[in-house]
Design a protein around this ligand. Sequence first.
Ligand code: ADP
Length: 641
Amino acid sequence: MVNELLAAAAIGTAGAFGAYWYLKFRCVLPMESALRASRKAFLDFTAFTKETLERAYAPEQQEHYGDLTNYYLIKLHKSFPDTCTLLFEKGQGQWRLINYLKNFKVEPKLLTSYRWSAFDRSSSDGELLRFDDVNTGDYQNVAELFSVFGVRSALMCPFTPAGGAPERLIVFGAGGPELFGAAQPYLRFVASQLNSISKVSDQVLVLKKETENLKNEVSAVVKELDVAGSRLIQRARERKALYEVVTSVTAPGGDSQYGCAAILNIVAKIVEADIVASLLFDESKGELVVSPGAYGITDSERMCYSIPVNNQASSSVRTFLTRKPFISADAQNDPDVLARYAKLWEIHSLMIVPICLRNRIIGVMRVGSRKKDFFTPDQLEFLTIIADELAIIIEMVTLYENLSKTAQELAQLNRLKDEFLSTVSHELKTPLTTIKGFVSVILSGEVGPLNEQQLNFLSVVDQSVNRLTHLISNLLDLSRLNGKVEMEFQKADLAELVRGSVSNVSLKAREKKVSLTNALEKKLPAVQADTRWIGQVIDNLLINAIKYAGPGAKISVSGTDKGEAVVICVEDNGPGIPLEEQKMVFEKFYRGKASANQVPGTGLGLAISRSVVEKHGGKIWVESKPGKGARFCFALPVAKK
Ligand code: ADP
């Protein structure tokens, strides 16, 4: 019984053992290896997707999309090295092989076009298409290709490339369909990746294009702004130049002739003209004449151009008569323009505007360019504004010309007058000396007694002769000073000259009961002076003080050392000089209103004094408060040691 039990147990154990190993070998081990294989396949696929995803990006350029496709295909081929990967692109109903991956010893030259309905089907379905045996239907066309690559089974996977490129197809080929199960997810993954990247990439490309367009637009706008900006700066510069011309011309002493030429020059630059001229109406000839300063025209050409204002065929004349601006795109072929002149100056585009001065038309401005259809209405308007400025300058030129003509005539007259006075004075001096001599002899009674009436009459003659002699000697002095009188400069002591003059006039002072005080500083520095002329100046100031301050007046003469100069002043306590007359007393022939009829004089003494002092490099002036006397001073520079 025990044995039976033991035997049964042994049999049972052996059975169990057998069953275990049977199960182990037949079921568990294959399952384990299948599990390992599928785990490896899973890990490989995960690694593949992970790696490719890491490298995935949305390309900005189509070539980059091509690089990405190549990268996927290479990765795919690495995962299935015993297969081949062919890449086709659709074009004109055929499929061109554009890339392939397989290890060849010799590169096959098979990059050509193929036709196979299976390609089209896969492409139109957009789905994976599997052929376990490619040898079907119209396969002949690709038979040679497939045989070179050893393709008997094929998996087709279409995808749409980015940037609107033609459709593409990956053909995963092998000797048999064994690997297709494993390859399918790879192909699906690659196709879906390429499709979705293509969509994103398409948008990126669109965005990029838009950005580029915008960039181009922005840079075009910036360029335009730049051009407009520099044009504005240029215009501002030109306007500034124009303004400067106008102000320089309108300022006192401005050069109007230059201003006219400058303004025409500026106009030429602003409107980029080849010729700018002002045609002014010459009333005496009844013609429009080109005035000087024209731009782009020589003087001899200028002389040839004048046009009668009755010639209505001329556009310049019409603008002159109607005051309407005129513009022509091609003056040489325009019936409204005299082609002769346009040809003479070789111009095509032409603008003409009226030049009006205070509502009076004085001429026209003609602006021409050698280019056709060159000027714009804006420029025509600009010209009409400039023409107003030009009118002012033209008026100034005319005024200036008239003025300088008058000034020249006046200078000529003045010269003649000086010459006349000088000759007459010389001629008068000799007979006057004779008259004076004989009158003195008669008055002295040397040639017989005189009755009272004769004595009176002759005294009047004597005084008149004295006045006339004084006037003539003043006139002669003045004409000498106006001419080229040479001063005889020498070191002079002004105090001594003052003392001499005081003694000269002391008799006259006594007659008028005028007191004369000398208030000279003890030691005055020497000055360079012509003693005869400076002595005459001091005499003059003293005689004036005695004459105008009146009887009983007090006069003082002072001399002060001012360092660089010595100042001599003659001061009186007479009626003084009204403020408005103070500036005029040094003018030739000016006599004060109050003194003109009461005090004898020529109005030349102070004019001579000023001329003499200025010839010494000094100054003369008057200070006076009316009613409180006058103080005449002059300053002479101290002589250099
Ligand atoms: P004249 O004495 O011959 O008139 P001047 O040239 O010497 O000519 O003087 C010009 C004018 O200046 C005088 O007419 C007079 O009105 C004024 N004048 C000159 N000196 C004095 C003075 N000391 N006081 C007032 N007026 C004076």
